[in-house]
Design a protein around this ligand. Structure first.
Ligand SMILES: NC(=O)c1ccc[n+]([C@@H]2O[C@H](COP(=O)([O-])OP(=O)(O)OC[C@H]3O[C@@H](n4cnc5c(N)ncnc54)[C@H](O)[C@@H]3O)[C@@H](O)[C@H]2O)c1
Length: 329
């Protein structure tokens, strides 16, 4: 019994691959290394280099490794880029998934986990977002994730598979520094980037209808995300049907609170500067985690401090000047 992990050299994928391998599952990774780092993988996890759009390669990988389940994380994930290049995002995230699912069906594989995102919800004005909150994405990235969910569910129903669409909220942190996110697309690395440049962290808008006026988000440690994948993978064993699950902590943290924590962890005394709101930012996006708790008995165990501390360790590994720079202000 082997799990294929697509996108397994990526930030989240490498955490998932490691967690599953350490838990005794056999795993193989398929990744074109377009944004991944092969060194993130343990030496005993095989890496097949190539695209999930390459049907022949996918067929060979599924057969050659006797794959019985798939965790599909490979995707393009930058919201801004998806607005500029929608066709590329639909090709990679939707067409690529179609090719993968065709191969999975042809191989008779019965278990499929799909990396979805809270981006499918758009900007709902609710206190807690549950899985029945209408999915109204506001950018092509979110649209491709929602279309991916439709593809996965429809294919699962038609072919008697067990599927799970996992809607991650704001993923942060690292299990070890070399596994950290290398992109600067999320707020924590964006704060680190400014501090390392000797510039004040930026807060986009402090006039939202939230307790301190800044946006509130649900941050979840990547170790918890990986642990949830393992729990879902084992839950899917021999159970046809589809699951759609939020993965978050169910607790909101404001951008201002996060900035304070970043200052504490990094030693930076830069006072954040407040700039105008960014288009498309919801005031609040916090998950209801009732369903994953009820279905799997799973809850996140790590807090925001662990996320910021471990993310900072990873950042400093790649930016050795960061510590001194942070403390020089
Ligand atoms: N990081 C987050 O906060 C977040 C939140 C919600 C959902 N997600 C989803 O989680 C998944 C993983 O995200 P991540 O943050 O690890 O991103 P990442 O860019 O670090 O990882 C994506 C991986 O997929 C690989 N890849 C991309 N296109 C491919 C293709 N066509 N064929 C084979 N490999 C390909 C890349 O090389 C990379 O290793 C994505 O599906 C993303 O949409 C991420």
């Amino acid at each position: 019994m082997t799990w294929l992990i697509t996108g397994g050299t990526g930030y989240i994928g490498a955490h998932v691959a490691r967690a599953m391998a350490e838990a005794g599952e056999r795993v193989v990774v398929l990744d074109d290394v377009s944004s991944g780092v092969p060194e993130r993988l343990p030496a005993d996890v095989p890496l097949v280099r190539g695209s999930l759009g390459d049907r022949e390669l996918v067929d060979r990988t599924l057969a050659g490794h006797e794959v019985t389940g798939v965790v599909h994380l490979a995707a393009k994930k930058q919201v801004g880029e998806s607005v500029e290049q929608p066709l590329r995002y639909y090709r990679e995230n939707v067409h690529g998934l179609t090719v993968l699912l065709e191969a999975v069906v042809a191989a008779g594989i019965g278990r499929f986990l799909f990396s979805s995102s809270a981006a499918v919800y758009g900007v709902p004005e609710v206190e807690l977002i549950d899985e029945d909150t209408p999915a109204v994405p506001i950018n092509p990235y979110g649209e491709t994730k929602l279309a991916g969910e439709w593809l996965v569910r429809a294919t699962g129903r038609a072919h008697g598979m067990a599927t799970a669409c996992l809607r991650y909220f704001n993923v942060a942190g690292a299990v070890r520094p070399e596994l950290a996110d290398t992109g600067v697309f999320n707020i924590i690395p964006m704060f680190f980037d400014r501090i390392t440049r000797g510039e004040a962290p930026r807060i986009f808008g402090d006039d939202y209808p939230t307790p301190d006026g800044t946006c509130v988000r649900d941050y979840v440690h990547v170790a918890d995300i990986a642990d949830a994948h393992l729990a879902v993978a084992r839950h899917l064993d021999g159970r046809p049907g589809d699951l759609t699950l939020n993965i978050g902590r169910g607790e909101g943290v404001s951008v201002r609170e996060l900035a304070d924590l970043v200052a504490e962890v990094t030693g930076s005394r830069h006072e954040p500067v407040v700039e105008g709101r960014r288009p498309g930012d919801a005031a609040r996006a916090v998950a209801s985690v009732d369903r994953i708790t009820r279905e799997l008995g799973w809850t996140a165990s790590l807090g925001v401090r662990e996320m910021v501390e471990s993310a900072w360790e990873g950042w400093c590994l790649r930016h050795p000047e960061a510590r001194a720079k942070a403390r020089s202000h």
